[in-house]
Design a protein around this ligand. Structure first.
Ligand SMILES: *Cc1c(COP(=O)(O)O)cnc(C)c1O
Length: 355
């Protein structure tokens, strides 16, 4: 339960990969990659798409495509692009990040208003707004269509672009009931991860206008991520879009069930009503020990969950864990807390410390 990135491809997915028709994607000649890109254009109602290696890569291709060196992007304080991609906006695009505290990882128009810097040679040029949907360290929360429309209209009226880090956008689709096209109506580019809840071994895609994707393709090559017979892995994504989207409701139901059980444990703070998708964050009473120690104790009993610094842990549901696993994990967590864990050495904290 430490991440939805740990899923392994099923025999059916592997069969689709083994049978994929392939070609040289850098020449635009891989039929399976082309099919995947066309499927995503249709789903998100955009002109173009480019398949690539990872969510970090698709996000950073977008930053490079939208911005120039010396530009600044606006992002929520816990945002992945600013905090968990190795400083890539600065390293790869010469772009600085202005981080803005939101609520549960989400921004609204009021958070952004007044943040565009004046046209003045002393100042970075504000160029891009990044929204994360669902918001990871925000707790798996999703944006309302009205908030996205407010942000998009304001950004475009002010000559800014909007990029959505949609690593888990299909979780937002399932949780909100909104279609991918509705979610992205006022968004200029969106990155999607195939290697999380969709269950693929790797891969991501960036979707947007022809102009943006043309530049993003240059970035993909520049960053060393242009591909050849990538249809073998793209076939896993085609398979996932056809088979693994609707089933994410099961992951959300499992997260809710786990959260409801864990909320009953004395010494654990968790608001089950706030669990909107497949991520469950909870806090352990500091009197009992810290999150790293609890994570260690859980590991001794076969339950893997990430400590995110301080007293906070993250549990993630996905297609390789079942409802029964959730009930068992909640029971083990209750037993560990009851038995005490303050003498445990503690595992190294994961990266998702509170922003
Ligand atoms: C996982 C994730 C990414 C992509 O990370 P990779 O390590 O490149 O797979 C991007 N954004 C968010 C919000 C994520 O959770």
């Amino acid at each position: 339960m430490r991440s939805d990135t740990v899923t392994k491809p099923t025999p059916e997915m592997r069969a689709a990969m083994a049978n994929a028709v392939v070609g040289d994607d850098m020449n635009g000649e891989d039929p399976t990659v082309n099919r995947l890109e066309e499927m995503c254009c249709k789903l998100f109602a955009k002109e173009a798409a480019v398949y690539c290696c990872s969510g970090t890569q698709s996000n950073q291709m977008a930053v490079w495509a939208h911005c120039h060196s010396g530009d600044e992007l606006l992002i929520e304080a816990g945002g992945h692009i600013a905090s968990f991609e190795g400083g890539a906006p600065a390293a790869l695009s010469g772009v600085t990040c202005r981080t803005i505290p939101g609520r549960n990882g989400l921004l609204d128009l009021a958070d952004l208003e007044g943040k565009i810097r004046a046209d003045n040679q002393h100042l970075a040029r504000t160029r891009l707004v990044c929204v994360e949907n669902t918001a990871n360290v925000g707790g798996g929360t999703y944006y309302s269509l009205s908030a996205l429309e407010r942000i998009g209209r304001w950004a475009h009226a002010n000559d800014l672009r909007v990029h959505m880090d949609g690593a888990r956008v299909f979780n937002a689709v399932i949780a909100s009931g909104n279609s991918p096209a509705e979610i992205c109506e006022h968004i200029d580019s969106i990155s999607v991860c195939f290697s999380k809840g969709l269950g693929c071994p790797m891969g991501s895609i960036l979707i947007g206008s022809k102009d943006v994707i043309y530049r993003a393709r240059r970035a993909r090559k520049l960053f060393g991520g242009a591909l050849r017979q990538a249809g073998i892995v793209a076939a896993s994504a085609v398979y996932a879009l056809e088979n693994n989207v609707q089933r994410m409701q099961v992951d959300h139901d499992n997260a809710k069930l786990f959260a409801t059980e864990v909320a009953k444990i004395p010494g654990i703070k968790l608001d089950a009503a706030n669990v909107q998708s497949n991520l469950v964050f909870f806090e352990v009473d500091s009197q009992l020990g810290n999150a790293a120690q609890l994570s260690y104790a859980l590991k001794q009993h076969g339950v893997l969950m990430g400590a995110t610094g301080g007293g906070r842990l993250r549990a993630v549901t996905h297609l390789d864990v079942t409802r029964d696993d959730m009930l068992a994990a909640a029971k083990i967590l209750g037993d560990c807390v009851k038995a005490g864990f303050s003498d445990c050495p503690g595992t190294a904290a994961g990266p998702y410390a509170r922003g």
